[in-house]
Write a protein that binds this ligand. Sequence first.
Ligand code: SF4
Length: 205
Amino acid sequence: MSRADWPQGWGDLYEPMSVCPRCPELVKNRTQVVAGDGPPDARLVLVGEAPGWHEDQQGLPFVGPAGQLLDQLLRSVGLSRSQVYITNVIKCRPPQNRDPLPQEVENCRPWLEAQLARLKPRVIIPLGRHALVWFFPQESIARLHGTTRRREGVVYYFLYHPAAALHQPSLKRTLEEDFKRVPALLAEAAPAAPDKPQPEQLSLF
Ligand code: SF4
């Protein structure tokens, strides 16, 4: 991603992130930091695990085969990538696509926290186990997929990671089924129209 594609006014966040030195092994192996992609006013944020080879090369999240599946899923519910913000728990590709180390997740935590503080999304979808436990430690994606939680005005909706679904046809079917609920969650989380206050609904958030 070039600087020209950074969200307007986010240079003070993306600039230091793009040269982040916190994880020496990742810094040594990365082509570039993959900060995230999407409009700064997105109501829906999807959070994956870590950049893979394609993402590392292009500087964009979810552009490999898992990203193509995610695009398909978004299209299947009438959404496009231009409407959502996509990022990962860690912003640099682990060598050989290994799992992120706990220390790397902690090192990177302030970046994702800063992104979410700016985005103020209504709905967050953690994709897969690593993203789930970033938000809700000790939880299991096998148990929580397809369910929601509400916390501090945000609806969390848990889905399997598209990369896992690519390797297991049964998970892919589950992910496709679970994804169908996304538009309803977005509609439910939308703020009430100013001329039609809905105090009961607002009190949920
Ligand atoms: S993974 Fe995150 S914390 Fe680690 S070097 Fe990359 S941007 Fe920095």
